[in-house]
Design a protein around this ligand. Structure first.
Ligand code: NAD
Length: 437
């Protein structure tokens, strides 16, 4: 098959690379000339484990290529996947469809033979109808269809999520539309992966509903963690105790500093607005958003409390900055409001992250950056573990503490056993766990 992927970000690059690995000929298109030049020179602009090797293999096999030339790629394509960004509109939180509309108009101009346009970007219900109308307005006689195929990959495990997903959702309004897409996926994912075929609007809503439910689950356990701290109970055991119930499940029950990332915040906001406009408000999701916003800043309050109620003139080290491990993505990371709140309170903030520093330097110009956890800790009055990178589990707590001005550590992700922190002489705070001192 000839596949064109429009938008070479996390989703587009991973999808295109995986399709190429399955033997299809894939052309990945982006309007960002620097990104395309970088990909063409063998450099991957994002950090995603295993991706660089797979891209190199695809390019070497002649199956994967990159360009900015959407027009010349469209006529030969069997499938055109759209994976451009749909960020939250700054002014009102609605989904910003500017990139999607621009990509649609460009595709419409160049459509010739039979083409299936597959939207992978997360979009409000009804967007695929709009895309179809836009194309029809430009090319009334074109032989095309629009399908919606939401993507559920998680940054950090994106390749295995794409090639071995829990399910594939295909949304299309005419029966014959989904046949070729179904075949494409049957040859991409294991046979036992369920493929659910629904109408387009339902598929659009499935994606938002999945993200909203997960955001709510995380927020729920975060609130229970707060209650555990007040009642001297342990959220790790509570999560285990409820997670063993198969109706609840054990995933997404890790308490932390609040959800962030490129999807949950914008998708919950977009869904809430969609529901309000439909006069069917989603109170649970509205509350989830509010609770999560408060939680991020609340974490700074815990740091200040652990520093005796005042951080003026103190140096606080943030260990981990990205919204989760194994990505360089800083979008909506809890580290950002935590750092700002600490600086508002008069602290100097220093930070270390294995992959996120390049982007963090742009977003956090007043923060000082350290190359490793020990350089970070040097002279700090408190260290706050914000992101649970695997490498942090191996930190020598004795060595870390010896470098600090005050041995205070806040573990916002439950990486360290409270007993180990106590043994290393730290005054510590572990999210949702009984106080040790
Ligand atoms: P991204 O910001 O990393 O990448 C989007 C890319 O699209 C950018 O490189 C941009 O230059 C390019 N682009 C914009 N307009 C274009 C145009 N007209 N033509 C060609 N390229 C264009 O975004 P992402 O994180 O990959 O997300 C893409 C979509 O997938 C979003 O709707 C997102 O909600 C959804 N999604 C993301 C994830 C994730 O983990 N990142 C997971 C599931 C779904």
């Amino acid at each position: 098959m000839q596949i064109v992927v429009v938008g070479t970000g996390y989703v587009g690059l991973v999808s295109g690379t995986c399709f190429a690995a399955c033997g299809h000929t894939v052309r990945c298109i982006d309007i960002d000339e620097k990104k395309v030049a970088s990909l063409n020179s063998g450099h991957i602009p994002i950090y995603e484990p295993g991706l660089a090797e797979m891209v190199a293999d695809g390019v070497e096999a002649g199956k994967l290529s990159f360009g900015t030339d959407l027009g010349s790629s469209i006529p030969d394509a069997d499938f055109v996947f759209i994976a451009v960004g749909t960020p939250a509109r700054a002014i009102d939180g609605y989904s910003d469809l500017t990139y999607l509309r621009a990509a649609t108009d460009e595709i419409a101009r160049h459509l010739t033979g039979r083409t299936l346009i597959v939207v992978k970007s997360t979009v409000p219900v009804g967007t695929c109808d709009e895309i179809e109308d836009r194309i029809r307005a430009v090319k009334p006689a074109a032989d095309f269809d629009v399908a919606f195929n939401p993507e559920f990959m998680r940054e950090g495990t994106a390749i295995s999520d794409f090639l071995n997903p829990d399910r594939v959702i295909l949304g299309g309004d005419r029966e014959h539309v989904l046949g070729p897409l179904h075949q494409l996926y049957r040859a991409t994912v294991p046979r036992d992966v369920p493929v659910q075929m629904v109408n387009r609007r339902t598929a659009e809503l499935i994606k938002y509903t999945a993200n909203a439910f997960l955001a709510m689950k995380v927020t729920f356990i975060n609130e229970i963690a707060e209650l555990c701290e007040k009642l001297d109970a342990d959220v790790v055991d509570v999560a285990k105790g409820i997670g063993l119930d198969t109706r609840i499940g054990n995933k997404f029950l890790e308490a932390g500093p609040g959800f962030g990332g490129s999807c949950f915040p914008k998708d919950t906001n977009a869904l809430v607005r969609l529901a309000q406009d439909a006069e069917s408000p989603l109170r649970l999701i509205e509350t989830t958003i509010d609770v999560n916003e408060i939680r991020k800043r609340q974490m700074a309050g815990k740091v200040i409390a652990m520093c005796g109620g005042d951080v003026r003139g103190k140096t606080i080290g943030l260990l981990g900055l990205t919204f989760k491990p194994n990505t360089d993505d800083m979008r909506e990371s809890p580290a950002l409001p935590i750092a700002l709140a600490l600086m508002d309170a008069g602290a100097s903030v220093r930070a270390h992250d294995p992959e996120g520093v390049r982007e963090a330097q742009r977003l956090m110009p007043d923060v000082e950056f350290a190359d490793d956890p020990y350089a970070l800790a040097h002279g700090c009055d408190a260290v706050v573990l914000v992101t649970h990178w695997q490498s942090f589990k191996d930190i020598d707590l004795g060595r870390l503490g010896a470098l600090m001005a005050e041995k205070v550590l806040l573990d916002l992700r439950g990486v360290f056993a409270p007993e180990d922190l106590a043994e290393a002489g730290f005054a510590s705070y572990s999210v949702g766990r009984p106080a040790t001192s």
